[in-house]
Design a protein around this ligand. Structure first.
Ligand code: XMP
Length: 321
């Protein structure tokens, strides 16, 4: 029978048998899949695992701290944080094309991870890389029968040829809700286990226009209000994901206090979905939307308008870029 306790026990044994006393690396994204995969491998082999968390400066308020503090506290994992905000913001300066932004962020991410791996590598070779691949990812990439836990790979996800790893993918047979149960079984806190999906390129693809520190500050402030009000209204579990988008290249005229304002719109994009392949816009209660709008325009002076995205996917995508 399927229980999260059985899964943990079985995977711990497999990982121990496979890895022996070799060293293992894991890139933490801050998302639930990589967190659960890392926690499982940590349970199996303890200090032989090192996690790398790339803080690209495109995270939401509190996210880096959540990984650094709460994840380490609940797992005891060995964590290296690569604080690379400047590298990413320099590389992104002046770039507003969405695909170019994505490519730059992907490239810098790999470089940062590679640098961190080389530094860690100084104490001896690293043989294995943990990935939080789920069953739907396996099916989507044509893998089918996902029973094997561990498969051989190199040049993973754009990593260069001189860094060679064998992949450990302990979640390969699981669906998202099962991964969450395994995470709970491993003692991860609810706010990590229940986290909404968040894209790797982070807020970089939620600023329509070029990304800079000031625009990130504005978006973070609005996003935090939205998250606070979503949680306060008890809506976290009925929403799949709630992107908040800053239209940084758009201004509109408003009136704030006694004067004219000329600020940016913020877009609210709450969606419901099963698997992110299709999505519908969430019918949030008007009072919740009103509270968000009032707070954002009061508390974030650069924003004078809040709009709601009522587009399904397709034809829209969940993210704006
Ligand atoms: P779209 O915008 O394509 O998003 O409807 C579907 C889901 O994927 C997430 N997303 C990403 N996740 N790296 C990620 O890890 C990415 O580059 C990326 N782009 C989109 C998005 O948040 C949604 O859950």
């Amino acid at each position: 029978t399927w229980t999260s306790a059985n899964i943990v026990e079985e995977q711990v044994e497999r990982i121990r048998a496979e890895v022996g006393d070799a060293r293992v690396l894991c890139a933490l994204s801050g998302g639930v899949d990589s967190a659960v995969a890392a926690a499982l491998v940590q349970r199996a082999i303890g200090d032989q695992l090192t996690c790398v968390f790339v803080d690209h400066g495109l995270l939401r308020t509190g996210e880096a701290e959540r990984v650094e503090r709460d994840f380490v506290a609940s797992t005891g994992v060995k964590l290296v944080v690569a604080d690379e905000e400047k590298r990413f913001l320099d590389a992104l300066a002046g770039v507003s094309d969405p695909e170019t932004k994505r490519k730059i962020i992907g490239r810098e991410f790999i470089r940062t991870f590679e640098d961190a791996a080389r530094r860690i590598n100084a104490d001896g070779p690293i043989d294995y890389l943990v990935q939080g691949t789920l069953y739907p990812d396996v099916v989507e990439s044509g893998g089918g029968e996902g029973a094997s836990t561990i498969k051989s790979h190199h040049n993973v996800g754009g990593l260069p040829d001189d860094l060679q790893f064998t992949l450990i993918e302990p979640l390969r047979t699981l669906f998202k809700d099962e991964v969450r149960q395994v995470g709970r079984q491993l003692g991860l806190p609810e706010h990590i286990v229940n986290r909404h999906p968040f894209p790797g390129p982070g807020l970089g693809i939620r600023i329509v226009g070029a990304v800079d520190a000031e625009r990130l500050r504005i978006l973070r402030a609005a996003d935090l209000i939205v998250r606070e009000e979503t949680t306060a209204a008890g809506l976290d579990s009925s929403i799949w994901q709630f992107p908040v988008v800053l239209l940084a290249d758009v201004h509109s005229v408003g009136v704030q206090g006694d004067g004219r304002s000329y600020g940016h719109p913020i877009v609210l994009r709450p969606v419901s979905s099963e698997d992110a392949m299709t999505a519908d816009w969430s019918r949030l209660p008007y009072e919740v939307l009103e509270k968000m709008s009032t707070r954002i325009t009061n508390e974030v002076p650069e924003v004078n308008r809040v709009v709601l995205d009522v587009t399904s996917k397709p034809p829209g995508t969940i993210e704006w870029e």
